[in-house]
Design a protein around this ligand. Sequence first.
Ligand SMILES: Cc1ncc(COP(=O)(O)O)c(C=O)c1O
Length: 350
Amino acid sequence: MRADLAALPPYRAGRSAAPGGPPAYKLSSNELPFGPLPSVERALAALLGSVNLYPDFSGAALVGRLAARHEVDPAQVVLGAGSVEVVSQLVRALAGPGDEVVFAWRSFEAYPLLVAGAGATPVAVPLAPGLAHDLDAMLAAITPRTRLVLVCTPNNPTGGVVGHAALAGFLDRVPDDVVVLVDEAYVEFVTDPGAARGEELFARYPNVVVARTFSKAYGLAGLRVGYGLAPADLAAAMRVLAVPFGVTALAQAAAVASLDAASELDARLGPVIAERTRVLAALRAAGHDVADTQANFVWLPLGARTAEVAEHLAAHGVLVRPFTGEGLRVTVGSPEADDALLLALSTAPG
Ligand SMILES: Cc1ncc(COP(=O)(O)O)c(C=O)c1O
């Protein structure tokens, strides 16, 4: 085995209720609290009788739909089994031993794993006070070895966005041969008009790649489908590294059906965003120091109390995502789940 793998902390998935144990609200993985739309269910049901067949290798129908939606060439669209696979393809297409990949920290915990897994060197730049990406420090971290910068907006797990003008100013200063990924896994939840708009930056800067997913706002996390917008030559390299047939026929069909039902799905976002406002206000009223969030989760910076509070919440049937010593990431769930969270938090230790 590669000796360096032993040093990598494994990815930790959000906790689920124990099989056979008491039921619990799962607010640990930023999932949507709704099941699939009827039209998406029908599209899935229609395919159940043909799962003996491999999916369309290139995902042409979905790629075509995404290209039209984003007004790009189909050659600039790359599919992945979730956007995490798209990020993985990108990292491996650009970086190997001796190369560096810069990202903010704390951010999506798969980043350092994907970079180190490619044999490249992760360069983690601490978030600024107030939890914003420290773009000046990220720029200063770029060296001749840097191949890629990962920008996560809204940032997982802290929820804040990178401003559009600030990111454009950053891109003006990044060397042309360094690619910048704008990871927009949660972009559909954004209401701040000043937030970065990856699609526009992709149109303007030849070194920008955008990653999007059907897992979050589209509610298809269990099917695993995401995509990237990338310059055609880089997209071709990423496709070479994709797991062949990684995006299943069910995932492709559900994604197409979701795009057909975009207005119905958009209508579901309003209640999530309203619930986010309610939860934030309730947390603040209870004395918690919670930063603004533009995603479907909130960040509770509990420091040394984090693990203990996470256990207390679990004991009260609410599962959240602890980052020990730092804070809790809590998904905005159904009003019922969020009420359970708020009640359990009110009796938390400390
Ligand atoms: C910032 C960010 N990017 C990408 C992903 C990957 O999501 P998926 O692979 O389900 O598209 C996640 C999932 O949590 C995420 O938080």
